[in-house]
Design a protein around this ligand. Sequence first.
Ligand code: AMP
Length: 436
Amino acid sequence: MTFKALGLYDSLLRAVEKTGYTEPTLIQQKAIPVILEGKDVMAAAQTGTGKTAAFTLPMLQLLSGRTNTKRNSMRALILTPTRELAAQIQESIITYGSNEKLRYGLVFGGVNINPQKRVLMKGLDILVATPGRLLDLYQQKCINFYDVEMLILDEADRMLDMGFIHDIKKIIALLPKQRQNLMFSATFSDDIRRLAKPICNNPVEIDVAPRNSTVDAISQKLYHVEKPDKADLLCEILQSNPGQTLVFSRTKHGANNLAKRLNRDNINSAAIHGNKSQAQRTKALDNFKTAKVQVLVATDIAARGIDIDQLATVVNFDLPHVPEDYVHRIGRTGRAGATGVAISLVSSEEHKQLRDIERLIKRPVPAGDSDEFTFALAEPLPSKRSPNKQNTRGHNKSGESRRPAHRRGKPSVSTGKKAASGNKWNSSRSRSAASA
Ligand code: AMP
């Protein structure tokens, strides 16, 4: 299958050629011809499947040949939950639309609104927006929706998770009834179908996201380790896997602490989360993309828009509470056919989350080889908490370490390098770990 066979114009094919992509991904094969026919689409496709190009390419084709110069209006509106995702879609528009004479703009919150007002004043063909800022601009009379021919809702499931439902409903109510609607979501949950019903008109459903296919491309493993020991284990993992690594932390505070801790151990790291300013987030992301930092510690929401080719390793420092987030997280590696590794650090308090994840992905996550590291890992099974209750620092009431007997007092393993870090482990054991 080629891009040409999908019915794309030469100008778009030339732009695709420049990216080096030779074959359309499955979502592109299925969605592009249907969108070009002008039909509404509801597509279940996760990040990493090539979904952005799947809607951007046909959208550019349908809009091409005309330029909108009407003040404050646009012909295609793309709604997306995060600024990073919005910026990434804009990048795709720039890449694939390099031979088209279309005007595009990007609006998102957390930055000065005035330059965005100026961009809108000229009139646009395509506007990429996060919902809150879009409504702000509408309320300030800097936007009208009369000319919208096409609505694209990207990562609709995430929009619901992030509480954008009311904003989306308000925006939809302002749009002309006659328009083409494309909705992309990681899954078709009941909530998503309820959201889609009044938006999409008899949509063609495309599902390229049998969850397991994403999961199949990724080598997953877990280490049972108690919470206070996680940061030490992570340092060892990172020292033995020196590639670019995305580490997930459940909380913003945890992400900050962990990045600081890694930096103390000379592992160049940055944190990215919702409390950071846009400038700080952009800088952290750029430094990660250009490999100036090895590790990016991110919360789920901040990580949504991160698109980095060749991301080899993802680490779940904490397991997510929502099992679907596990699939989203590990989908950051093994993208578009590349293989990747996803490592999870699981404490005894997270066994329920682990069971939920395993139920969702319909397979157990295998335990990694504990001999790879200098210290012992926690018990793999949930511990019975009484009568000899163990505290969260991996010691029972009598102060005895939770480490299995054969490992106690034996922090080092085979190689000299590891023996050295074994001492480090001993000395840092009492240090407070960067936990969530
Ligand atoms: P997305 O699912 O849109 O986040 O895209 C995931 C990654 O796949 C991005 O880095 C794209 O640039 C890349 N990609 C998109 N289309 C293709 C393709 N046909 N072949 C290879 N990579 C692609």
